[in-house]
Design a binder for this molecule. Structure first.
Ligand code: ZN
Length: 225
């Protein structure tokens, strides 16, 4: 147990989220309170709080008698999630183009720099998170608060699907597709920006290997190491 091991429920939830995103905790695996309490060196109460927070985000499913499990989206749910994003994200692009100022779009450029740096450093953990954040950030700048809320809910589940169905090479949004979208937005080219976004979503969905099955034995002592 190193000194960076979190002691509060938020920190524990964050650690579990990262372990899920990095495939160290596969979808469907049982999250036993007792084992987690030992792994984090905290009481079961803290673990329960963390699991409840994760359940709200859709990353964990709680079953009254059987305990907590990493959510295991089915192939159909995965298809449905991308269908939902194909509906929402063109509207987000339209909003960003027509409702935001150049100053409000500044965070997009800062974000692209962070992605480029993470890619250069081959920081997979950062890249997975940044890939999801890009789409939430666009939604926020678009300014439709209902869509923003839905996107915030969809993004972690998208990461989970990547954990479940990713082909061996794919862990985040493909290089440069985000910058192409931002360039089209800055050029106020709505048609092109939407086409690029739809192409991007199709690309991300197409690399998910939806035929693949998961089976792995978990070595709990090394999951959070
Ligand atoms: Zn993306």
């Amino acid at each position: 147990m190193d000194l960076n091991t979190p002691q509060d429920a938020d920190g524990i939830a964050e650690h579990i989220t990262i372990a899920i995103m990095e495939h160290r905790l596969p979808p469907g695996i049982k999250l036993a309170e007792e084992k987690l309490a030992i792994a984090f060196g905290v009481g079961r109460n803290k673990i329960r709080q963390a699991l409840m927070a994760l359940a709200k985000e859709g990353l964990v499913k709680l079953h009254p008698n059987r305990g907590a499990f990493v959510t295991s989206p089915t192939v159909q749910e995965t298809r449905d999630l991308f269908a939902t994003r194909r509906l929402l994200e063109p509207e987000i692009i339209r909003n960003v183009i027509h409702r935001s100022t150049k100053a409000q779009r500044k965070p997009l450029h800062a974000h692209l720099k962070k992605e480029a740096l993470a890619r250069k450093n081959q920081d997979r953990r950062a890249l997975i998170k940044l890939s999801g954040d890009f789409h939430s950030l666009l939604a926020e700048i678009g300014g439709n608060s209902f869509i923003t809320r839905i996107m915030r809910q969809l993004c972690p589940v998208t990461s989970l699907m990547h954990a479940l169905y990713d082909g061996p090479q794919m862990h985040a949004c493909p290089e440069d597709e985000h910058s192409a979208i931002v360039a089209a937005i800055e050029a106020q080219d709505e048609k092109r920006a939407i086409a690029l976004m739809l192409h991007h979503l199709a690309h991300v969905e197409s690399v998910l290997d939806l035929s693949q099955e998961q089976h792995s034995a978990i070595r709990w002592e090394s999951v959070f190491g």
